[in-house]
Design a protein around this ligand. Sequence first.
Ligand SMILES: NC(=O)c1ccc[n+]([C@@H]2O[C@H](COP(=O)([O-])OP(=O)(O)OC[C@H]3O[C@@H](n4cnc5c(N)ncnc54)[C@H](O)[C@@H]3O)[C@@H](O)[C@H]2O)c1
Length: 260
Amino acid sequence: MSNQTILPSMKLDGRTAVVTGAGSGIGKAIAIAVAEAGADCVPCERTDRLGDLDEVCDAIRATGRKAFPTALDLPDVASIDAMVDGVKRKAGRIDVLVNNAGINLPNDAFDVTEEEWDAVLDVNLKGLFFTSQRVGRLMRDQQSGRVINIASQNGVVGYYKRAAYCSSKGGVVNLTRVLALEWASHSITVNAVGPTFILTPLTQSTFDDPQLREDIESRIPLGRVGQPEDVVGAVVFLASPAAGMITGHTLLVDGGWTTM
Ligand SMILES: NC(=O)c1ccc[n+]([C@@H]2O[C@H](COP(=O)([O-])OP(=O)(O)OC[C@H]3O[C@@H](n4cnc5c(N)ncnc54)[C@H](O)[C@@H]3O)[C@@H](O)[C@H]2O)c1
């Protein structure tokens, strides 16, 4: 009887993971979860919110892993370059990139302003692309890497007041396919995770409206909105050796919303 096991590891031991938008909500949970899975973590946050990383860094260090809090102001490409240079200096490499930072400015399609449209697309799509490009070049030099884009179920279905947001997330879902295709020959996988409505500061105002909350819950067959903890398993899995043959995929964490 051989001692060899068949299940590939779902751990991230020895890796360095960059997580954008890590001071709040889903990104905060992901930053802590990748550390729990064994990775050193680079939680990134806007310069004016860097203090939000204190709690995250404490939680990362409590797992025994290193934390390298870093400023990142999307979609400023100079800021992205500075982040990558800083990580190269401090950690030497980037094995996992989680593009999580994002915003939503809900408005009826008839009323969306040019400023609102640009703001949402700038962070959610342009910022995500150039972060992927700059980190992707480093992963090309390494000939390995995992990119995980936090898209949304709203990248594959529509919802009210989300013309700009759904457009940005639909863009992320298809950009994920392009990068997966172009970077496969460098052993870089690129996948997305598409959460349903998750209770975070981003969605607080939506859930403050009882009618809207009822509508949203009625569309989730599992009968509840998600918590940040509901998203982290999908991210860690896609970053782990167990997902080595998966690329270009969007893994929906939607409680069944898109089954209907
Ligand atoms: N909450 C949900 O229901 C939900 C559902 C599906 C997808 N998502 C996606 O998950 C991601 C995280 O959302 P969340 O709910 O945790 O929101 P959140 O508002 O709690 O966190 C968003 C984070 O992104 C950062 N960020 C925003 N603009 C930035 C910028 N210009 N540069 C750098 N960082 C910036 C914020 O500072 C914050 O840390 C987003 O991409 C969001 O679209 C959220």
